[in-house]
Ligand binder design. Structure first.
Ligand code: ME8
Length: 524
């Protein structure tokens, strides 16, 4: 079967501050989708990166006594380092200060201009540097933006994009593509904003100069969002003559691009970006998924409150509880995806973390693997035992729903639901193991019955290993290695393969460590 192409992107993050849990969360979600798609017969391009222009970044640089370029170089590295710290499989890391991007943004601008959608005028209105967004007077509440950010009054010469001409076209597009923005609640928000009427958008600034220059009018720099959104094209070599990746991953990739973003920036991705693309006559994205917001033990995460959750510190905390780095990273990834339905807001509590890991991973999947593999190692000469056909057929029948639903749920970005199913499957198998107690069957000399149960448990562990790969790549690899599953038998299509009898297994080692609640300082 020939492979399809798939393109997934995270937002590019502002370099005004170092990365925190929110950035890690979006990027991990993208990574799960990317890894899943690779394991499901796709060529994948997964992009992340940094958004380095604009007033917010310029102000932070000045505050830190650095030139904007120096400052961007330093902070961008922190975001790049995070990609390996949380084991992202991104294919590229784009920076908007790179030449390939600046060229793309200028080519894109020229397309909008040639098509007649840009004109020059004077902008007068509110601007929030924190949000890098313009607000109309009726959106201002108590002298603040709807997001709570400070606003400033601006009056300056500016180029405008004729956004007002795109209201009906956008609504028609939304109508034809009812899953364009997910979850539904976010889509409704976007639709009602468009229905309330779109004003032309100011797309250049003259009052500062940290940005991409407007072609043929160097006094102006591009509005940071127009600049930033085009990163999704820059990374596909849009500015090159060949445009090979653009062809493959934008034009020829049917269910792409998927832009995963936080709910704070759905308006930019769901309205401005498709309108810009329509104006430039470029294919629109396949999906915008806007996930929810993390708070810290009930409080909004903010630098001024001093309650930023640092992914590095969380990983260190887990290492302090005895996890090696691979396991700590996998636990962190798992918790973020499992704790909150993707799309909803969530609250970060270390106590929920430890309880969840112990119940679902250590006591459930870990225990299943350890008990089963130890018995096979000791009682079956370290070989996968035989199973009779009737038991096998019955087991396979019970797997059918899981085999279908788990990949479907991941493809729909219902990551928490997919994990629920994976845990449910492990619980069913564990219960079977407890009920049929192969250790007692062994004592009673009922060897074929014991073998049947162990075979089923071993194959169930193989299934769990395959399914867990996108979420917990290192631990899943260890599970599959214990069973000696060949590298080319680890794809989602291999789920229905039958575990070969007589295959040797490796000496079992615990995969999931129980987190000590006393050590964690949170006794249940
Ligand atoms: O908006 N909970 O960059 P940004 C969950 N440069 N996710 C969170 C979060 C939280 N508390 N805080 C941040 C920008 N995020 C632009 C994007 S794209 C062309 C340009 C995540 O550094 C979430 O994905 O402010 C959110 O959308 C993103 O970080 C905002 O990152």
């Amino acid at each position: 079967m020939s492979k399809s192409n798939f393109y997934v992107t995270s937002p590019i993050y502002y370099v005004n501050d170092k990365p925190h849990i929110g950035h890690a969360y979006t990027s991990i979600a993208c990574d799960i989708l990317a890894r899943f798609k690779r394991l499901d017969n796709n060529n994948v391009f997964f992009l992340t990166g940094t958004d380095e222009h604009g007033q917010k970044v310029e102000k932070s640089a000045i505050k830190n006594n650095k030139t904007p370029q120096q400052f961007c170089d330093e902070v961008s590295v922190a975001f790049r380092d995070l990609t390996s710290a949380i084991n992202l499989s991104n294919n590229d890391f784009i920076r908007t200060t790179e030449e390939r991007h600046q060229k793309t943004a200028q080519i894109f601008w020229a397309k909008l201009e040639e098509a007649g959608f840009i004109y020059k005028d004077v902008y007068e209105g509110w601007y929030s540097v924190r949000d890098e967004a313009f607000y109309s007077a009726d959106e201002i509440i108590d002298n603040k933006a709807p997001s709570g950010a400070e606003v400033e009054w601006h009056k300056e010469e500016s180029y405008f994009f004729k956004l007002s001409q795109f209201g009906d076209k956008l609504l028609e597009f939304y109508e034809k593509n009812p899953n364009f923005i997910e979850p539904k609640s976010r889509f409704n928000e976007v639709k009602s904003f468009v229905k309330s009427g779109l004003r032309d958008l100011s797309i250049s600034r003259t009052s500062f100069n940290w940005g991409v220059k407007v072609p043929n009018d160097e006094k102006h720099i591009m509005y940071v969002w127009l600049d930033a959104l085009t990163n999704y094209l820059s990374a596909l070599d849009f500015a090159s003559e060949e445009q090979k990746n653009y062809e493959d991953f934008w034009l020829k990739a049917e269910d792409s691009p998927v832009h995963i973003v936080g709910k704070d920036i759905v308006r930019f991705h769901g309205i401005y970006w498709p309108a810009f693309l329509m104006a430039a006559n470029i294919k629109l994205p396949y999906k915008i998924y806007a996930h929810g917001w993390w708070t810290n033990e009930g409080q909004k995460i903010s630098k001024s409150v001093g309650n930023i959750i640092d992914p590095y510190q969380e990983i260190k905390w887990l290492e302090g509880l005895g996890c090696d780095n691979d396991l700590a990273v996998d636990y962190f990834r798992y918790f973020l995806m499992k704790e909150v339905p993707f799309g909803n807001d969530g609250d970060y509590f270390q106590k929920s973390f430890t309880l969840r890991i112990n119940a679902e991973l250590a006591n459930n999947i870990g225990n299943l693997a350890q008990r089963t593999l130890a018995m096979i190692y000791k009682n079956c000469d370290a070989k996968i035992p035989e199973i009779n056909d009737k038991s096998l057929q019955e087991y396979l029948k019970n797997c059918q729903n899981f085999d279908k639903q788990i990949p479907d749920l991941i493809a729909q970005l219902k990551f928490d639901k997919a994990l629920d199913k994976i845990i449910e499957f492990a619980s069913v198998i564990n219960k079977n193991l407890n009920d049929r107690a192969p250790w007692i069957l062994k004592k009673e000399g009922k060897i074929t019955e014991m073998q049947d149960i162990l075979y089923i448990a071993a194959d169930a562990i193989r299934r769990l290993g395959i399914w867990l790969q996108p979420f917990m790549p290192k631990s899943a690899e260890k599970i599959l290695n214990l069973l000696n599953i060949a590298e080319d038998k680890r794809n989602f299509a291999n789920i229905s393969d039958i575990l070969p009898q007589d295959q040797m297994i490796n000496q079992p080692k615990p995969i999931f460590l129980r987190l000590d609640l006393v050590l964690a300082g949170k006794q249940p």
